[in-house]
Design a protein around this ligand. Structure first.
Ligand code: FEO
Length: 398
């Protein structure tokens, strides 16, 4: 058998995707992504945990059948039904027709809906706290709805202290040889974990917090997510990151997001950055929403405690790329930030008012706004400095 073993009887059989450019058709994949699947072999039975995205079914099935030489799998545990993990279910069922698909009631409804697999004989429906025995290994099921879909659950193997966590603790980034955090330089994966969480799961912090508290008592040697490295030595660090993100507890730093047509609104963004730096703030991320992908902007806005947003008025609305960013913040129900707004207008100061109203409407602490008319002058510069000073003092008071 040629499977890569993570822990005794737990094998990795996922795939890398370095071809897809946009995850979910939305989020860039500069480092690719892995779809992780795991095989747990007990003394009397074996179980596969999740499958891979359908475009990679051939590699996945070839690996299982031909490279690893597996002739029989007893169970397929489905922790999460999003098609990046469930896409290979129909072909897997063709190859292993006797396999029993294990999931909760919602999982099975979704399998019927997505893949039209309707024969009840294929399914074993499980509930919170139930388990199946593989002989010398056990798989226990923990319901964790909305991390990231309503059917989401986690699976725990107590004998190996391994938690199969679905999207939780996942990160973008294909696996470049190593599987376990000890075997690789993890800086990129940690950064990509912030982006994955904020882009994909960010709306569901309350549910993630609940899932973390449900699993907090489990002894953990391995967290086996559906994307990115298997966490081992870095488990305390990644739990802390996800716990903070789920609770909307930001890190020190400021994100400035702006759009600009001719550079005048950009001048205000730059002056805010310079002034905040002069006031002692060292971690400042300035994003031009016109040219940058929304994904990294969302990630930084989610991560840091300060958020300043600015745009020109455009057709009596907020300049569209910035409005798209604001919509993404509203969708994710961001909390616990110090904010400020700025705008630029030829004749109608709509953008400043609308951005301010949006930030305040989300219940975020608001330091003030600057409405510039056409281009920077001494008065606007003085207003930026005054708002920056209030902003910095609110940050330091947090
Ligand atoms: Fe990686 Fe929600 O799927």
């Amino acid at each position: 058998m040629n499977l890569r073993e993570i822990s005794t009887g737990i094998f990795y059989c996922g795939v890398n995707d370095r071809s897809t450019t946009l995850f979910e058709g939305l989020w860039p994949l500069p480092y690719g992504v892995s779809y992780n699947s795991y095989l747990v072999k007990g003394s009397s039975a074996s179980a596969l945990i999740d499958t891979v995205e359908i475009g990679h079914s051939r590699d996945f099935l070839n690996y299982l059948r031909h490279t690893a030489g597996i002739g029989k799998i007893d169970y397929l545990i489905i922790n999460h039904m999003e098609p990046d993990h469930s896409g290979s279910i129909p072909l897997l069922l063709d190859m292993f027709p006797q396999i029993k698909i294990v999931g909760n009631m919602k999982t099975i409804q979704m399998i019927r809906g997505f893949y039209h697999i309707n024969d009840d004989a294929h399914f074993i429906e499980i509930k919170e706290g139930e388990s199946i025995s593989l002989g010398d290994k056990t798989l226990e099921f923990i319901m964790t709805p909305m991390v990231h879909w309503p059917e989401t659950m986690m699976t725990y193997c107590p004998e190996e202290k391994a938690l199969f966590s679905g999207d939780a603790f996942g990160s973008f980034g294909a696996l470049n040889g190593g599987l376990i955090d000890d075997d690789m330089e993890c800086g990129m994966y940690i950064e990509e974990m912030y982006r994955y969480y904020s882009n994909i799961v960010g709306k569901y912090g309350l549910f993630v917090t609940k899932a973390l508290s449900k699993t907090a008592h489990l002894p953990l040697d391995y967290i086996c997510s559906t994307h990115g490295p298997v966490w081992h030595s870095m488990i305390p660090q990644v739990i802390e990151i996800v716990k903070r993100l789920a609770a909307w507890q930001p890190e020190p730093g400021v994100t400035i997001v702006y759009g600009s047509m001719y550079g005048n609104t950009a001048d205000v963004a730059d002056l805010f950055a310079i002034e905040l730096n002069r006031l002692g703030i060292r971690n400042i991320k300035v994003h031009n929403a016109t040219v940058e992908n929304l994904s990294q902007i969302i990630s930084d806005a989610f991560r840091y405690e300060g958020l300043i947003v600015g745009a020109p008025t455009y057709s009596n609305e907020v300049f569209p790329p910035v409005q798209t960013f604001l919509n993404a913040m509203r969708t994710r129900e961001i909390k616990n930030k110090v904010t400020a707004a700025f705008g630029n207008h030829g004749w109608a100061p709509l953008a400043t008012k609308a951005i301010s109203a949006t930030l305040e409407g989300m219940g975020l602490e608001f330091a003030g706004s600057v409405a510039m008319r056409q281009s920077m002058d001494d008065q606007t510069a003085a207003e930026v400095k005054a708002v920056a000073a209030r902003f910095a003092s609110l940050l330091s008071g947090k």
